[in-house]
Design a protein around this ligand. Structure first.
Ligand code: NAD
Length: 444
């Protein structure tokens, strides 16, 4: 167990709040319950399944991350959420069609108990969506206060000692930071004046931070990614992270591109297209919502490949990303990548990737890890943007002036070293002093 004296111990229960109770959120909630009941294993979750090496290899200390750090066991998780539709977690999971009835039916009683609170929602920001379970208020300030009330009530109902919030709501339209995002005062004024530049996801982020609840954004919309909320998070001592869960095609991209670059293989073009038939796909069929997604998906290659340093290899790379809404596929997305590469003496080659993935199956363990690691960060006194959680995001939220890191392997290295430090251990450098060169010691 961790030896960090600054880490306050986990006590009581942790409430995981999800604005949005659609495919991702219900796959996460049902999955946690299935694991608790011993029906399945939490594949895809580092917090549950990965080990962490501590000290020199010869010390033979490689505990599970969840044993090394004082993380809440899954039994100590409680759930709460908001949605525009009144369906409880069972009904919403059935509708999302990610999990089969053989998985869901044994969890039915439990899932019926997780009912969505009324959403802070406005169609202006998600045009393809309309539902009845929506709050009414005079202005955005009142809506934010109602969300804060919801957080307190749900904490009381569940008896949880603290909460984290992970945005699992739809992708909102693409918004750029406006004047109301420049300071806490301007933002609070904007709330009272119903500034159209403040989207519903920002109301949730604001409510969470005001309540001391760590917040992560699983969608590409602006949300906490603005000066006002970043400052508020620092002021209130709350960790925040984002944006857009790294699943599917972008996950593949951030695995393959660093590999090509490490071998100095050139890339002339990368064409990515997807078919997707769930509600997320329907929302993304709207050009303004797709714009938000396109921006987070497109930035990935440039930062990994560094064309400014390697112009011969990556300058003028043609990168095209398409998402096509195709209802028969539901959540079982299919992605095609055509990658035009070149090697020795410029001779061309091609790579074709055909990824038949299940988006929410890849996203659910991310929600779990983010919930546990953000709670850990909060208990360790971390506040503001948590760049070490970049591993989980398509478009990592970073401090102003910092460059986003997209390389999955660098992100993973950083994540684990931060966990080591949070647990009171030395970070790993892979330098010689990490190895015990004595006879019989294994050297890697
Ligand atoms: N599925 C993935 O693997 C994946 C990967 C990366 C990012 N994301 C993002 O995660 C989010 C959730 O994905 P999903 O597949 O679960 O989508 P979904 O459409 O199944 O669920 C989203 C839910 O959010 C609700 N919602 C929208 N606005 C809301 C608001 N203001 N308040 C409360 N509820 C609101 C909708 O009614 C819907 O039920 C999307 O933004 C998606 O782009 C998903």
């Amino acid at each position: 167990m961790s030896s960090n004296p600054h880490l306050s111990p986990h006590k009581g229960k942790l409430l995981v709040l999800t604005p949005g109770m659609g495919a991702v959120a219900t796959t996460f909630i049902a999955g946690v319950e299935a694991v608790r009941k011993g029906h399945a294993l939490p594949f895809g979750s580092l917090s549950q399944m990965q080990t962490i090496r501590l000290g020199a290899r010869s010390e033979n200390r490689s505990p599970l991350i969840r044993d090394f750090l004082d993380l809440p066991p899954l039994e100590d998780l409680e759930f709460g959420g908001w949605d525009v539709f009144p369906d409880d977690a069972y009904e919403a999971a059935e509708r999302a069609k990610v999990l089969q009835s053989s998985t869901l039916d044994p969890l039915k009683d439990f899932l019926h108990t997780v009912k969505p609170m009324a959403a802070a929602f406005d169609r202006q920001y998600v045009k393809r969506l309309d539902g009845p379970n929506v709050k009414k208020a005079a202005n955005k300030k009142e809506l934010a206060e109602a969300l804060r009330d919801d957080i307190r009530k749900r904490l009381e109902e569940t008896g949880a000692s603290r909460a984290v919030m992970i945005w699992c709501g739809s992708t909102e339209i693409y918004l750029r930071p406006a004047a109301c995002h420049e300071s806490i005062e301007a933002f609070e004024k904007g709330l009272v004046e119903n500034d159209p530049a403040i989207s519903p996801s920002q109301l949730y982020a604001y409510a969470a931070i005001m309540e001391g609840v760590p917040y992560a954004n699983g969608a590409p919309n602006l949300s906490a990614d603005c000066t006002a909320l970043e400052e508020l998070a620092v002021e209130r001592g709350v960790p925040i992270a984002g944006k857009d869960f790294k699943t599917g095609q972008t996950l593949m991209k951030t695995i393959l591109a660093p590999g090509m670059k490490s071998r100095m293989i050139g890339i002339r073009g990368w064409y990515s297209t997807n078919i997707l038939g769930n509600r997320d796909g329907e929302v993304l069929d709207d050009a303004d919502s797709f714009k938000a997604k396109e921006v987070t998906k497109s930035g990935v290659l440039d930062t990994i490949l560094q064309p400014e340093i390697y112009p011969d290899l990556y300058k003028d790379l043609c990168h095209v990303v398409k998402i096509n809404y195709y209802p028969p596929r539901g959540d079982e997305k299919e992605g095609w990548d055509n990658i035009d590469i070149f090697g020795w003496l410029g001779y061309p080659m091609q790579i074709k990737v055909n990824f038949l993935c299940r988006d929410s199956i890849l996203a659910a363990p991310i929600v779990l890890d983010l919930a546990l690691f953000l709670d850990l960060a909060g208990r360790a006194g971390q506040k503001g943007i948590q760049e070490w959680l970049s591993f989980y995001f398509k478009s990592p939220h970073v401090q102003m002036g910092h460059v986003q890191e997209h390389d999955l392997f660098i992100q993973h290295f950083r994540l684990k070293n931060t966990l080591r430090v949070l647990g009171g251990e030395e970070p790993l450098t892979h330098l010689a002093e990490n190895y015990d060169l004595s006879e019989n010691a294994e050297v890697v």
